[in-house]
Write a protein that binds this ligand. Structure first.
Ligand code: ACM
Length: 372
């Protein structure tokens, strides 16, 4: 997964990223296209999503004062999005390399960029809820009780479904902030009408409805593990991504949910390799060394359908940092994905990295980190 919302990466870099994935047999490119800090995919029916929602900084609706590029300059405007024709080009490029592209539209939380673009469609004017996400972004969540929310999502999903031939669309579902919806009269009315007793049930209602929209457009859903809270009415083919721990993944498997393992302590490549002020990357979880990634054993079950690493981009101020955080950890991911635990051998892997992979990547212009 590459996050292009927090910091934007152009077409050339995305293609290079895809080339390197193909070289090491990573066959699904999860493209995190929207978040609080920017909406990065052109939607013809909703042009303000990119006109307003893809630009942040002074004098814009997404100012750096609320969304600092972490450790980056705060007084500059940052912008960027992909046109539909660029998206088609990238999807075809990836397909030519046996990689399917999974687009993510992160809802209902992580949606500040959409909300500032279309406030009238997406907010209940009488909602007095005030809340912040774990990343400290204020009031960033779609309202699940407005018909206009579903009309909007239907329009967005129709275009996304037409652009991406892969059978799945990722709809996020992570980190809906506490306090969202709390003082929305529309949500109160919705709860009464449908006998929903808790926030969780409201979220379940929301995802059941958006899953119906996906079905109408011939797609199935991927979502982060939070969608499994409560009793969501999802389809059997829908997939969850377990990110908080391997145990969260096993729990989903027990419930006979198709599951992808993306546990933060092993597979979050936005985290530092080691705890040091000289290392780039995030520090909110534990460090993730290449060896730690290599040690991950996802287990086996017919419901465990893959492993997946996340390159969130809050601290990715340039392509060099992105390269550094991805490589060589992505080499370890490839072996975790395709080798049985019995075949794995850290010493041999380290030797092969040193002799083959790292010199090759260097020649290809990748700014790799040395092996730990
Ligand atoms: C996540 O890290 N919020 C999926």
């Amino acid at each position: 997964m590459l996050d292009v919302s927090r910091n934007f990466f152009g077409v050339t870099y995305v293609k290079k990223f895809i080339d390197r994935m193909a070289q090491y047999k990573l066959n699904r490119f999860h493209w995190h296209l929207t978040d609080d800090e920017g909406w990065r995919i052109e939607i013809k029916h909703y042009p303000l999503l990119t006109k307003v929602g893809a630009v942040r900084g002074p004098d814009t609706k997404l100012p750096f004062t609320i969304f600092p590029a972490m450790r980056g300059p705060k007084n500059r405007v940052q912008r960027g999005f992909y046109t539909q024709s660029q998206i088609r080009d990238i999807v075809a490029y990836a397909r030519g390399r046996c990689i399917e592209v999974l687009p993510e539209i992160d809802i209902p939380g992580h949606a500040k960029a959409a909300l500032v673009s279309y406030p009238k469609l997406l907010t209940d004017p009488k909602d007095t809820s005030r809340y912040r996400s774990v990343q400290r972004v204020a009031n960033n969540t779609l309202n699940p009780a407005l018909e206009s929310t579903y009309r909007f999502l239907d329009g967005v999903i129709a275009e996304v479904a037409a652009l991406f031939p892969f059978g799945y669309i990722h709809l996020g579902g992570d980190e809906v902030p506490k306090g969202a919806w709390e003082h929305s009269p529309a949500v109160k009315a919705l709860m009464q009408k449908h006998h929903l007793k808790s926030r969780r049930e409201v979220q379940n209602y929301f995802f059941a409805r958006v899953d119906t929209i996906l079905a109408k457009h011939g797609k199935k859903m991927v979502a982060w593990q939070e969608v499994l809270k409560g009793r969501p009415k999802l389809r059997k083919e829908d997939i969850v991504m377990a990110w908080k721990s391997p145990q969260a993944g096993y729990k989903a498997v027990k419930r006979h949910r198709k599951t992808i393992m993306a546990p933060v302590h092993y597979l979050y490549f936005d985290q530092q390799y080691t705890r040091s002020k000289h290392e780039p990357g995030h520090t909110w979880s534990t460090p993730v060394s290449t060896r730690k990634t290599y040690s991950f054993d996802p287990g086996s079950s017919p419901y465990l359908i893959g492993v997946h690493a996340c390159l969130w981009s809050e601290t990715l101020l340039n392509e060099k940092i992105a390269d550094y955080l991805a490589w060589p950890r992505a080499l370890a991911l490839a072996e975790v994905a395709w080798s049985s635990p019995k075949q794995k051998n850290w010493v041999d892997f380290k030797r092969r990295m040193k002799v083959h992979a790292l010199p090759r990547l260097k020649l290809q212009g990748v700014h790799c980190r040395p092996v730990d």
